[in-house]
Design a protein around this ligand. Sequence first.
Ligand code: T5A
Length: 221
Amino acid sequence: MKVPFITFEGTEGSGKTTQISLLADRLRSMGHRVRTLREPGGTPIGEEIRHTLKHSPANHAMTAEAELLLMNASRAQLVREVIRPALAAGEIVLCDRYYDSTTAYQGYGRELDLQMVRNIVDVAVGETRPDLTLLFVVSQGVSEARRLARQPTLPLPFKRDRIEEAGQSFFVRVAKGYQAIAAAEPQRVRQFDATGDVAKIQAAIWDLVQPLVKRLKTQAV
Ligand code: T5A
């Protein structure tokens, strides 16, 4: 049976990282092999690109087109260096953001042409598409409050984040983009309210993931 490739999407601070970690722990405790990844990043080249995109002091003048290409350069590397080999080796892949982020942020948020965005994503991912995408929905207010609460705990080089410096209207467009993505592919993209209790969200995610893993072979733990 094919191992699933699952992606996690949503606006800043929607709780993806928290839930990926809980899901990975649960799957591993059952004997599954799991690979957790994040975008942009996930490879040495991708992590350098991530720094350029988010935290580099030299990134202020980055154009939307350069941002689109860098996101997909990181992705092209991740797909070939890690995701395809991991899936081929029977590992469940959990990825914090994937190409829906590009559609939402560069397509809707930066207002780049959606067909151009799709064409570039196609180059980066080819046939490597997620089996399930979990879309975490929180209000702009919750997203911002969670980001601000975390800010003092971040080490200095990570306090500034170029993408998070975008205005409120940018994030409203990103959220609309995610709604459009979910409406276009309701089978793959399953959205849920991510403002509640962590354990409740974890249970909702498990209900969606369990059918994809229940017939997979596991190793003794
Ligand atoms: N981007 C990315 C693009 O523009 N295009 C692309 O193609 C791609 C791939 C990535 C940036 O790049 C952009 C989008 C982003 O701007 P990132 O740092 O990886 O940057 O950003 P996020 O993915 O948004 O990561 P965050 O860490 O900000 O958000 P998460 O992972 O969704 O949230 P998490 O789990 O870290 O939680 C945030 C805080 O909330 C708390 C946590 O403890 C934490 O403090 N929390 C909860 N609090 C209350 N109730 C709950 N249920 C909670 N769940 C978590």
